[in-house]
Design a protein around this ligand. Structure first.
Ligand code: CO
Length: 210
């Protein structure tokens, strides 16, 4: 097991490398941020937005939780969304799921009263909404499909918030995108999008290449 010094050493080496590449970089970042994107993704250690989109510090505002859920009663997620929309005025909000999501897989377990199980109840509600379609699939395909439709439903939840509705009605507001990431190939694919108060648009299906 790595000790904390290992991580602090890595940080020192990284910071020194950054200064070498761009001596004024940290000073510029310290003055403020102007990211164009809010990313709402899964906490999974393999799904890091800066690395996956090859972005630098300052380019993406981030909220992550188990199974990339947008729960309107969650003050953590909602305050991130409000700040991104009203203060940062981001032009894109991404909700990104990923195939093989442990949270989505665990939602097939029987419900329980502990914190994680209660959190997964939100995915169980998505499952029920798509139960006819999911019931016809083999287990692996069912998990993949639930990973996908979970993203679509979280984008719907986001679009329904007062924060987005108010921003769109005022004539601004970001475009929402539902993406899914393949752990197996490093690729992001778009599942749906919504611009303004119109309907959510499903994108043509692309092969997950599994
Ligand atoms: Co996950």
């Amino acid at each position: 097991m790595a000790d904390i010094e290992h991580f602090l050493d890595r940080n020192r080496a990284w910071a020194a490398g950054q200064v070498e590449k761009d001596p004024g970089g940290f000073q510029a970042l310290a003055e403020g941020q102007q990211p164009e994107m809010l990313w709402i993704g899964c906490s999974d250690s393999r799904v890091s937005p800066n690395q996956m989109m090859d972005l630098s510090l300052g380019e993406v505002f981030v909220h992550r939780n188990i199974a990339n859920q947008v729960v309107t009663s969650d003050p953590n997620c909602m305050s991130v969304v409000q700040y991104a929309v009203e203060v940062l005025e981001v032009t894109h909000i991404v909700v990104c799921g990923h195939y093989g999501c442990g949270g989505v897989i665990a939602s097939f377990d029987p419900p329980g009263q502990d914190t994680i199980q209660l959190w997964l109840d939100h995915i169980r509600r998505v499952s029920r909404r798509y139960q006819d379609e999911l019931a016809d699939l083999e287990e692996e395909a069912r998990i993949r499909r639930l990973c996908e439709v979970n993203v679509v439903e979280q984008v719907r939840n986001l679009a329904d918030t007062d924060i987005l509705q108010a921003a769109w009605q005022a004539g601004g507001g970001p475009t929402l995108h539902g993406l899914i990431y393949g752990l197996h190939d490093g690729r992001l694919r778009r599942l749906c999008h919504q611009t303004g108060t119109g309907d959510l648009i499903l994108d043509p299906p692309t092969s997950p290449g599994l």
